[in-house]
Design a protein around this ligand. Sequence first.
Ligand code: F6R
Length: 234
Amino acid sequence: MRIIVVANANEGGKTAAQIFSQELQNGAKVFGLATGSTPLSTYRELCNSDLDFSDCSSVNLDEYVGISAANPESYAYFMHQNLFAAKPFAHSFIPNGMAKEIDEEISRYNRVIDEHPVDLQILGIGQNGHIGFNEPGTPFDSLTHKVALTESTINANSRFFDDIRDVPKEALTMGLKSICQAKHILLLAYGQNKADAINKMVNGPVSEELPASILQNHANVTVIVDEEAASGLK
Ligand code: F6R
């Protein structure tokens, strides 16, 4: 893993945007995208750049079950607000959490991933080491699947909702095997509350108990952390 320590999330966003730019120059056509607070500074940099994604595709990691793309808390809405309105892609794929037949939607999304192999995948990390919505215990060979969110993730995500009872209890997520098919993975983490997960991801045993530890087995991972998130690294 290549680890880049930056001063803060703004610097991290600039560094990540440079990596997007290099990948575009190298011919990357498919970008795997994440939501949450971590990628916001990166998306801001991309929006303010002259980078052009109009002949690229994007494939998002995950979406809540049961809320539509028009709901401001949906990940589809988040992506539109924070990136796609300013930087449209030729095609943007996000799991459809409103699909009536969830199993069919899961199969469809696995086909999307197969047909659009990801060149650069951006990831955040949960305090428990989750990536996407792959919580501890998720099999390393998982493809897209439906998950019941853990209490800790529901609590962490409740900051985006008026009431914790409004936080969806289920989500669709790319699996750990799907994520690791990306040619280059760019994981971002900022803040003290990510320090333990980052240390275990980098130095801990490769274990399904810390989903992000699977990245130790991937040949091309770049990690951008601020000093707080790096503070647990031995
Ligand atoms: C979001 C996602 C999640 C987040 C993680 C960190 O698409 O897949 O794994 O990356 O929960 O969230 P933040 O960035 O809000 O700390």
